[in-house]
Design a protein around this ligand. Sequence first.
Ligand code: PMT
Length: 226
Amino acid sequence: ALPRDLEGVRVVVSAGGTREPLDPVRFLGNRSSGKQGYALARVAAQRGAEVRLVTAHSAELPEPAGVDVLHVSTALELEQAVRAAASDADVVVMAAAVADFRPAELATHKIKKTDDGGAPTVELVRNPDILAGLVEDRKDGQVIVGFAAETGDEGGDVLHHARAKLKRKGCDLLVVNAVGEGTAFEVEDNAGWLLAADGTERPIPLGSKSQLAAEVWNAALALLKA
Ligand code: PMT
């Protein structure tokens, strides 16, 4: 059995990948399955936390026992739900893959092919950076954890980008996934590094998403107690 060391701790986890509609039948999306976020929620609940999970497009995953689950679709919906839930949370973990851009306009009818053989141009606008907004409005003592899925040929390259991202986003912890064959999007396992704002860096060995989740909660709990 897991330790009940998160009893009395209120956590919010985001999971899945947002979808930004182009027209009634099309969207811009990403490959996130929601598995990493669900594992975080499940492990936190098993360790006694009060868990709210805000999830985008992960409907095929079974809802973790004892977790309050809210389904959303777009980045703007995810932002609203996470911000509302975060207002009284001790820890917020942003494991969702949030679209950075959305189509500037939502076509009311299905976008049609034209006879001239041309292709439409889709104008995009920026979505809000939800993590940065959470950091800006954080309440005293709240721990904020970001994720980063980085591609890069060498570990050094990935970490270099991740360190810059940790500074830019201003969160307390950043979980860096190396996007690879058997890790990060869609698959059962994950691996990477855990970077802390105080400069501490730890590799997370290849293992299940639940194992990675346990590492994240250990680190978040240590910060909560500090
Ligand atoms: O769902 P799975 O299939 O299990 O895959 C898990 C995962 C790979 C999606 C997950 O582990 C992960 O890494 N999620 C973050 C993906 C990512 O690339 O994030 P990012 O580098 O675009 O963003 C960095 C951080 O800012 C993330 O915490 C993200 O939630 C947040 N963000 C990003 C954009 C935005 N507009 N608002 C945000 O809050």
